[in-house]
Ligand binder design. Structure first.
Ligand code: GLU
Length: 558
């Protein structure tokens, strides 16, 4: 029996050839330099910051170059499939403005290079596996797990590299030994379990011999010196399902991917992919191995973000907290490209998409993720978003994640004015960070969420009632800011407080306190807090009725 006959015995139902698929999926008709990228998540239902980080790179590379970014579902590990996982991927990334041009969508596949779900591509993988067997580049292997264990023990004893490679699987050279050949044929006919292994052309590193190396260019890391693969890795599992290695090579070739962006955890298997592409006679895509996302852990050491310890690893965290997608995007760019912050300083108002993202400016050692930094970036980004738009964003967030704040959205004009406080100033206030923080920050504007949080200052606590009564009786809602403040000074003086803090500082014994203590009493009665933006401005937004009600309430509550 020759290779070809063996391939026919294993896959009699496969009638297509690699040429058929090459013809079905011709090179894409795209302008010179256009990049084709993909995201290949496993449908586990957990979509994390790392996915977003990688997807951002994919999206930028494709869309900056006039190329294509597509979604492929990598569900060859069928144990992990979670209901609605595909919708979760699409909607989670869509929220951050990462949009696919092609591939799996909520309404089926879009594009000419599908099917885009690996579990639907069995015939394709088998066709290429059949072809490799027919070339003598792959073989069926019947080693049991016990046999593999004892091979490993033997390799350990001999201090050899572990694994199945030349000299270790008796099935590798089945064609040279009539006895093994007969065994292989009868086992296939009897329907016994087997895997298909690559018949690696690499040379195992015998003692004292250096392993050969290949040069591979990584767009983030530059030239890599990759050791040659010599392992007869499994390409098709006993279940008939391909391994990641094989599926990735076939798919990225047939879908005409130009740039493979993936996590650096795949670097160790790069030698396998280099060999597979070569065995298939295909050009290697440009690999972009992204750095791990790290954080400064509790003990001050850099460590990987962990699913168990760090809620911020999950994308749902940002949506639940109500981070604006523009803020997350802006922050991701600061960790993705070292020159982004400089660009932003030079172009404070520019649309983020005008920044030219490049893989060369990406870090190749752990990218540091820092929530405090995200919050700082978010403060600036929210300042650039018009208040009406921000109000709508908050409403959408509340509808989905925090309906208990629904009362804040009954009067959108009121909310918009609240959000606008201090934004137009020369040194604008940077109070707003993310939805959960914002609704708490502005809670005192609404009777439903207003509560007294701080105590009256000691200096003025005893006179609080008098101060508030005075305030109420002299209050005129049409006073401008300086008239209003003049009245506060008068109240201060009449109650025995210095009208100017500096007078109090000079002669503290002459006064009970100063005007600041008096205005804090008013502030606490109105806002429940000792700190807030400008009181006069807030009163103008709240309206006269609410101002009077709050002061009266403070008087009766005491
Ligand atoms: N399915 C792989 C994963 O979830 C994708 C790796 C790749 O992008 O090639 O890690």
């Amino acid at each position: 029996m020759d290779y070809k006959e063996l391939s026919q015995l294993i896959y009699p139902e496969i009638t297509k050839t690699p040429e058929d698929y090459e013809a079905m999926y011709p090179p894409r008709n795209l302008p010179e330099g256009a990049m084709v990228t993909r995201l290949g998540p496993s449908p586990t239902g957990f979509i994390h910051l790392g996915n977003l980080y990688g997807a951002f790179v994919d999206e930028r590379l494709a869309h900056q170059s006039g190329g294509v970014f597509y979604l492929r579902i990598e569900d060859t590990d069928d144990k992990r499939f979670v209901e609605n996982a595909v919708e979760t991927v699409i909607s989670s990334l869509g929220f951050f403005d990462i949009k696919f041009d092609e591939g799996v969508t909520e309404h089926g596949d879009v594009g000419d290079y599908g099917d885009y779900t690996q579990s639907h591509r069995g015939e394709i993988y088998r066709t290429f596996a059949k072809w490799l067997i027919a070339q003598g580049k792959a073989y069926p292997c019947f080693l049991t797990s016990e046999e593999i264990d004892s091979i490993r023990a033997e390799q350990e004893a001999q201090k050899l590299a572990p694994g199945i490679y030349a000299g270790w699987s008796r099935y590798r050279d089945w064609d040279k030994d009539p006895e093994i050949q007969a065994e292989v044929i009868s086992k296939i006919k009897a329907g016994e379990d087997f895997v298909i292994r690559l018949r690696s052309e690499g040379t195992p590193n015998a003692a004292g011999q250096d392993i050969k190396r290949n040069k591979v260019v990584d767009a983030i890391r530059g030239g890599l010196d990759v050791p040659e693969n010599f392992q007869d890795i499994v390409i098709i599992k006993t279940t008939g399902i391909p391994t990641y290695h094989f599926a990735h090579v076939i798919d990225d070739h047939l879908m005409r991917t130009t740039h493979v962006v993936r996590g650096e955890e795949w670097l160790p298997s790069l030698p396998i992919h280099v060999e597979l592409f070569r065995d298939m006679g295909w050009e290697l895509p440009v690999y972009c191995h992204t750095a791990q996302l790290m954080k400064i852990g509790e003990e001050g050491h850099k460590r990987k973000l962990s699913k168990r310890k760090d809620p911020e690893l999950s994308l749902s965290y940002y949506r639940d907290m109500g981070y604006h997608p523009a803020a997350v995007r802006e922050y991701l760019l600061t960790i993705l490209n070292s020159n982004f912050e400089e660009w932003r300083i030079a172009n404070p108002e520019a649309d983020i998409d005008q920044f030219k993202f490049t893989t060369e400016k990406m870090s190749n050692s752990g990218a540091l993720f820092d929530l405090d930094k995200l919050n700082d970036v978010s403060k600036d980004v929210l300042l650039r978003i018009p208040a009406e738009e921000l109000a709508q964003f908050l409403k959408n967030w509340s509808d989905e994640f925090a309906p208990e704040y629904g009362f804040m959205f009954e009067d959108m004009d009121y909310l918009t004015q609240i959000l606008n406080i201090g934004r137009g100033d020369k040194k604008p206030r940077k109070d707003l960070i993310y939805a959960r923080q914002i609704v708490s920050f502005i809670s005192y504007f609404f009777d439903e969420s207003f509560k007294i949080e701080d105590k009256y200052p000691e200096e003025a606590a005893e006179d609080a009632d008098e101060i508030l009564r005075e305030y109420l009786s002299t209050y005129d809602h049409s006073d401008d800011q300086s008239q209003w403040f003049e009245k506060i000074r008068e109240i201060a003086s009449s109650c025995g407080y210095a009208a100017k803090p500096k007078d109090y500082k000079k002669n503290p014994d002459d006064y009970k306190g100063h005007v600041g203590h008096v205005s804090t009493v008013i502030r606490i009665a109105l806002m429940g807090r000792a700190q807030s933006p400008d009181v006069w401005t807030i009163q103008q937004i709240m309206g006269e009725k609410k101002v009077r009600q709050r002061i009266e309430q403070a008087l009766t509550d005491r």
